[in-house]
Write a protein that binds this ligand. Structure first.
Ligand SMILES: [Fe+2]
Length: 395
């Protein structure tokens, strides 16, 4: 693969291939399109894959009623846990088999969408989940999937990636395959209104991490850069408002779009060192994915800044910072703008604030070092010592 044809200012980009879900239906009220769209996909029984919170909030019933109004049978698996593990996926799979479901409808945050995507693939194959971990290990398409996000963060609704935890081995397993693109993504910002402020904040910072890591990536490409820079602008404009007032549909729409843009860049470009360093926090200490990324983002940005000054300056502009004149000052202002946003939405600044023990740092650094599929994307090479140093700064 050619990253650049020459090292000078004038160079052509690498070849990129962009895949998307079968269809994306976006907008406030989009879930009302579910009956006609799902019927066009299959006449078979639907299993809604979600969590107990969305059942309690009435959201699962609302979606079930929409499926039923299309004349389709609808069951509910409400057992998705935060940062789901293999056993959680197998439980869902059992219900797919016992109900004879022909379509999986993921409703929720990234956890529910990832369980639906993974169970859909496993339901048509003999293999175990571990056989599919890695890149392009899935041999064929699974059952049709429909994804309805209720948070604005992971972008899983439009990505070819599912992340499943291995809690015994303290690992996060990434399954990456074009067969994980869903058949239909219905992104209705109205469904995110009930998302609590804390999750809105950490999910929103996860979306910001995606946009920044994709935009400043070693393998970035202009066609994706355009939407990621716009995602950064949207998050700068709308995240604070969503956290202050979850019912603001204009702000919610801005964040749904930003998360979707982030997700669209995950297939062709993907994330980098923030996600690699965040994995051990989730795997070992059960820190939620969005929160782990949010804490580490400014520190990794500071490390990467010298390698991407021009793009960091554009990030500063997108986040609406004013005052800095030189490119280098603007690049620093981008890091500060992210620190300010993180503080304003209530994200803790340090790992010690979430009770991570300091003596865990060497082991976490060794764990992060193994996430080569993401570290390879980072604009600056990271050694084990660099990673330890970043954890210590973030501590
Ligand atoms: Fe993420």
């Amino acid at each position: 693969m050619m990253e650049r044809m020459n090292k000078g200012e004038r160079s052509v980009s690498r070849i990129v291939e962009i895949k998307t879900p079968g269809a994306i239906v976006f907008g406030v009220g989009a879930c009302e399109k579910l009956p006609e769209r799902i019927k066009a996909l299959s006449n078979g029984a639907v299993l809604i894959v979600t969590d107990a919170g969305l059942v309690k909030a009435g959201t699962a019933k609302k979606i079930k009623d929409l499926v039923s109004s299309a004349g389709l049978e609808a069951g509910v698996f409400d057992g998705v846990e935060p940062d789901p593990d293999k056993e959680n996926v197998y439980k869902c799979l059992e219900m797919v088999k016992s109900t004879g479901a022909q379509v999986l409808l993921g409703l929720g945050g990234g956890s529910s969408l990832d369980v639906a995507k993974t169970a859909a693939v496993l339901s048509v194959s003999e293999g175990r989940l571990a056989d599919y971990v890695g890149i392009n290990k899935v041999a064929k398409k699974g059952l049709p999937t429909v994804l309805l996000p209720t948070t604005s963060g992971t972008g899983s609704e439009v990505s070819p990636i599912a992340v499943i935890s291995d809690k015994k081995q303290h690992l996060k397993l990434g399954i990456v395959s074009p067969y994980l693109y869903c058949d239909l993504a219905i992104v209705d910002p109205g469904l995110t209104v009930s998302c609590p402020a804390g999750i809105t904040a950490s999910a929103g910072m996860d979306a910001l991490t995606h946009a920044i890591e994709i935009y400043t990536n070693k393998f970035s490409v202009p066609i994706i850069d355009a939407i990621e820079l716009e995602a950064i602008r949207l998050i700068g404009r709308h995240l604070r408002k969503c956290v202050q007032d979850g019912t603001d549909l204009v702000a919610r729409e801005g964040m749904s779009l930003a998360a979707l843009y982030g997700g669209l860049g995950l297939g062709p470009v993907n994330t980098a060192a923030v996600h690699a360093l965040a994995y051990p926090l989730g795997g070992t200490f059960d820190v939620a994915h969005g929160l782990a990324n949010s804490i580490l983002l400014p520190y990794v940005m500071e490390f990467n800044r010298p390698a991407r000054e021009e793009k960091f300056a554009k990030i500063a502009d997108a986040l609406g910072t004013a005052g800095a004149e030189s490119m280098s000052d603007k690049a620093s202002a981008a890091v500060k703008a992210v620190v300010d946003l993180s503080r304003d939405v209530g994200i803790p600044k340090h790992m010690r604030d979430i009770n991570i023990p300091a003596d865990a740092i060497p082991e976490m650094a060794a764990g992060a070092m193994k996430v080569t599929r993401l570290l390879n994307n980072n604009p600056r090479e990271m050694t084990l010592g660099d990673i330890e140093g970043i954890y210590r700064l973030a501590y």
